[in-house]
Design a protein around this ligand. Sequence first.
Ligand code: PNW
Length: 490
Amino acid sequence: NFSGGLKSNYTFPKDFLFGVSTAAYQIEGAWNEDGKSESIWDHLVHTNASFVKDGSNGDVAADSYHHYKRDAEMVQELGVNIYRFSISWPRILPTGLTNQINELGLKYYSNLIDELIKRNVTPMVTIYHWDLPQKLQNIGGWSNAHIVDYYTDYAKVLFDNFSNRVKYWVTFNEPMQTCLEGYGGTYRAPVLNRHGIAEYLCTHNLLKAHASVYHLFNENYRHVNKGKIGMSLDSNWAEPKTDTPQDREAAELYLNTHLGWYANPVYSKEGNYPKDLIKLVDEKSLQQNYTRSRLPKFTPEEVNYLKGTADFFGLNHYTTYLLSMADGEVGAIPSHENDVGIVRVQDPKWPSDSSSTWLKVVPFGFRRLLKWITKTYNNVPIIVTENGYADFSGLDDKARVSYYSHYLNALLHAIHEDNSTVEGYFAWSLMDNFEWDDGYVSRFGLYLVDFKSPNKTRTAKSSAKLYAEVIRSRALPAAYDPEDFTAFSG
Ligand code: PNW
């Protein structure tokens, strides 16, 4: 079944967490207010005007720095149990380091946390959602091994101030976007484009930083609030392009060398990078005349130090691709893409009229991915920390209503038929925001934001009402039809 499950009376478990997600740079604005310094995203949009489709930036965005009370009110209106937001490192530490702690920055997040708790909403904090202090980028950012200490010092400031009130922590949002697209490629800040080298260095340091912060939390802060900590990894589902052994292998290789690149060291029984990835990069590096592999290695002590460093598996999922083996070289040489040697496409017949061209609606892919994670990582508890759909704006967002219905249906089937342990689900996003290189063209919000109005007025869309109803009834609406994809035909 394409939709990921037939019509059912399945309901969401009693303790299931329903949430909504945002990220600091995408909503806060106030980019240089009250002592905040420049992040790598501020720097990118201010120095490269053509990077963002509509020439916009996040200087003001939804201005949540000044409207956080309204944000908390919206979260409460939805009936959501938990709100996932991120903290801006350069707002807390303007030099990137702890020699100077910005009290006004701490105050902003402290106020937001109090406002949420007052409304019975549990705060979930993402410690890093892509906005590194530019001052740290200038000394190498994630490719500088000292970042492990800098990040740990930063996280300690957050734990010291907020662990009494914050129960859920996410160390990193989508490290693959940071490292593969930002260091290897040109799609995310800092647009380093040192493919084949920098994505592996970045990943190596970032995973060590994750483990260091996990241990810090586990040893010193967990008891304060019975807190939990994990990481949010992004993954598409990979479907074999045709039903041949080669394409099936390509699909499995895609998952292992993308999601597994980050998940294996933390969530697998044996730890370390996936064997496939080690072999591919080592062999290619030798062929290419490098003295040593472009993939840095963990020592056995490090493998153990990283293994098991998460209480839950945070998953950000949006869409599906079809995979086949490359015939010949693919991608730039050297690069992760070239090392792995597979080709991904999407089926033009898959429904979508999304403003994000990559966002095809394939609910069965969500269900299969949850099943794959459950099997590969030994029934790890999963929290879906992002899932959502983009359009060009409008209050009666029928396509988004349909997307959420189909994906939540697939999720119910994963829980009830595949025995995946899914503890929570977060819609991306609470409100329209700065969608990175898409600027304000692509809208992901349950709430529409009028970016032209002085107060950045927020209004609930049809999808907000659907989500609130699902949360209230803990099931899909009676009228939901798993066969109906007409909302995506424009
Ligand atoms: C996520 N993909 O990025 C980010 O966490 C959000 O900040 C962002 O606004 C949202 O999704 C929508 O784009 C993505 O590979 C990263 O398909 C990767 C993918 C999709 C989204």
